[in-house]
Design a protein around this ligand. Structure first.
Ligand code: 13P
Ligand code: 13P
Ligand code: MG
Ligand code: MG
Length: 368
């Protein structure tokens, strides 16, 4: 059966500061999807990671369906109403436009979708990250799909030996979708040179070169490009299919053991280690650390199994400690140098005005 897997996520309010949505808010989103999505959806599941709520859906409307996007938008509007009633912080934060117009892309919510013919067994992972940007997935996707240190299948399995095609988006270009397609292994170094700048170049999707089937989709929206100022971090989602012609689930998870450094955390402006967390995890230390959750699911005829919590397994306790240590190590440096986001990211914050003011006070010392 050909199905579409869509995930659309937004932050429409949270308890404390930017920590976690209230139970009532999540219920309001779910109730909307349940009642209004009856005709449209085959199945759905609701997740939350930090202060973001994700709606995972299966249907047969294809990607970029106006009806599906409107369903999610309206669910977030319903969530916003509850957030306002409860006085939650940042009510409606990610709904950057007043009215829905065709597609959530460019309107605030993050989304990624894949349409495919289901395999007899169809395992996939929903990743959701909070307090970081979509480039946070560059490192683990590159290593999980292109590096035999993590993806032993590249050496051991003839199903994936031909490698993968990566589509990378220039997220600084705002006039349209500026993309490049690169094949690994041949163009692995070209791909690496782009992916090392995750605030500029972001993996949008990955395909099997063996079968042409899509393996991964990542949300690529950068909120500051939509709003023109800092309105919160993009907090990306990704869908990754696993096994057989794709890397195994364990190979896709393996790079997260690095707890790699990402931009985000407090005010979206710092560098911290990405911590793999349990589903529904909240935010605390320094409005962070940046977190990522992973739900493992199988889908058959569009119906989901239960979601298993892939970072709940005891191995990840050690990685959470490591992520805390790495985060604390750089946090001790405060805002100096590498501890804070690169200047291009800070351009959407008050730092720019302050520097502009100070700039006027600079003078050239007269040569004696
Ligand atoms: P099983 O033998 O348990 O199916 O595992 C195969 C595999 O490739 C795991 O990476
Ligand atoms: P969110 O993007 O998750 O709302 O976080 C915003 C922020 O500035 C936290 O300090
Ligand atoms: Mg928030
Ligand atoms: Mg968030």
């Amino acid at each position: 059966m050909k199905i579409t897997l869509s995930v659309i996520k937004a932050d429409v309010g949270s308890v404390g500061g930017h920590e976690t949505p209230s139970k009532e808010l999540v219920i309001a989103i779910e109730n909307h999807v349940k009642t209004e999505g009856k005709r449209l959806l085959i199945d759905y599941k609701i997740f939350h990671t930090g202060d973001d709520t994700a709606i995972l859906m299966t249907h047969t409307q294809g990607v970029d369906s106006q009806d599906i996007h409107k369903l999610a938008w309206d669910a977030f509007v319903a969530g916003t109403a509850v957030a306002k009633e409860q006085g939650l912080y940042g009510a409606g934060q990610d709904l950057l436009k007043d009215a829905f117009s065709g597609n959530v892309r460019g309107m605030g919510p993050g989304s990624c979708e894949m349409e495919f013919e289901e395999r007899p067994a169809e395992p996939f992972i929903l990743f959701a990250a909070d307090k970081t940007d979509p480039g946070a997935f560059n490192y683990p996707l590159y290593r999980g799909f292109a590096d035999p240190f993590h993806n032993a299948g590249l050496l051991l399995s003839s199903d994936i030996a031909k490698g993968f095609e990566f589509t990378v988006m220039d997220v600084n270009y705002t006039e349209g979708d500026r993309i490049i397609k690169l094949n690994v292994p041949e163009e692995a170094y070209d791909l690496a040179v782009l992916l090392r700048d995750p605030e500029h170049y972001v993996i949008e999707s990955i395909k099997s070169r063996d079968t042409g089937e899509q393996a991964a989709a990542v949300s690529t929206s950068r909120l500051h490009n939509i709003a023109g100022k800092y309105t919160g971090k993009d907090d990306p989602v990704a869908l990754v299919r696993s096994q057989k012609q794709f890397p195994s689930t364990g190979e896709i998870l393996s790079p997260y053991a690095t707890a790699h450094y990402v931009v985000g955390d407090n005010r979206g402006s710092h560098v911290v280690a990405l911590m793999p967390c349990k589903l529904g995890a909240m935010i605390s230390f320094f409005d962070g650390p940046a977190i990522v959750t992973a739900a493992g699911i199988c889908v058959h005829n569009g119906k989901f199994t239960e979601a298993i919590d892939l970072f709940e397994q005891p191995f990840w306790d050690m990685i959470r400690m490591k992520a805390s240590e790495k985060t604390y190590a750089i946090r001790e440096q405060g805002f100096f140098g590498a501890a804070m986001a690169p200047m291009e990211e800070l351009e959407y914050t008050g730092v720019v005005e302050r520097i502009a003011q100070l700039d006027k006070k600079f003078s050239l010392r007269k040569k004696s």
